[in-house]
Design a protein around this ligand. Structure first.
Ligand SMILES: [Zn+2]
Ligand SMILES: [Zn+2]
Length: 253
């Protein structure tokens, strides 16, 4: 029973982390596709700190460098250059290699200078993880905390690796870039599996361009926008032409 509870808590934490990663780190900070209210931003900052220990400006820098050099020399995590399994399972090592390089972070995330909350709390990822671990221990006991932490670690790290590895290796390429669309992966990782669509139109708030593509994070963004705590820069930017045609963008919203 403890194992099942711990595993369910771990999966739930991972799903929340995937949504916050996609909505806040990726679509809001890295691509400015969405703007969030102060209260939602503060919530996301606390959640990403406690669920991943990730420093947002480092994540943004690594990700923008990925877009700048996609599958070319300089891409921090390209399966084309490094091989599928290296990116799938060594993604945290590849991430740290670039995230720990101060000039790269300063260059690619110059619009995100650290504020006093970063200096006091959010730049200390270990503190956020220790806080969430302590909170689960108090609420549910240390055994459930340990199981949840292991399951969350495997699912979040494995899922993030899959976005970078599967999403540049297997799947459909309707648009002219090396990233791929995997609808099954998109369901598991808050829409990030629609990666070919995303590389074709990085500032689109929604990653789903077809009726059969489901972008779970977009449903949350839509709700946030309806309740006026988020604004979407472009509701959808749909590349008009497929892989065989020249790139052309169509905007709406
Ligand atoms: Zn990519
Ligand atoms: Zn991106």
């Amino acid at each position: 029973m403890e194992f099942l509870t711990g595993a369910l808590v771990g999966i739930l934490l991972s799903e929340i982390a995937f949504f916050v990663t996609s909505i806040y780190l990726h679509r809001t900070l890295a691509h400015r596709a969405i703007r969030l209210s102060g209260a939602v931003t503060a919530t996301c900052r606390v959640l990403i700190w406690m669920l991943s220990g990730i420093c947002p400006r480092e994540w943004v820098a690594v990700h923008r460098k990925h877009h700048a050099f996609s599958d070319r020399e300089g891409d921090p995590h390209s399966p084309v250059l490094l091989g599928y399994w290296t990116v799938q399972w060594e993604n945290p090592v590849l991430y740290r290699r670039v995230a720990g390089d101060k000039p790269t972070v300063a260059r690619y995330a110059r619009d995100l200078p650290p504020d006093r909350f970063d200096r006091l709390f959010f730049d200390r990822g270990w503190l956020g993880l220790a806080l969430s671990g302590g909170l689960i221990t108090v609420l549910a006991g240390w055994q459930i905390m340990v199981i949840a932490a292991v399951v969350h670690g495997v699912v979040y790290i494995g899922g993030s690796g899959a976005i970078n590895a599967v999403g540049h290796h297997w799947g459909r390429r309707p648009y002219d870039n090396l990233a791929t669309n995997n609808r099954w992966l998109a369901l598991l990782v808050a829409g990030e599996g629609l990666h070919n669509n995303h590389h074709a139109a990085p500032t689109s708030g929604c990653f789903s361009f077809r009726r059969t593509e489901i972008d779970p994070a977009w449903l949350v963004i839509w709700l946030l926008a309806r309740t006026r705590v988020a604004t979407v820069r472009h509701r959808a930017i749909r590349p008009r032409h497929s892989a065989s045609s020249p790139n052309s963008l169509e905007m709406s919203g």
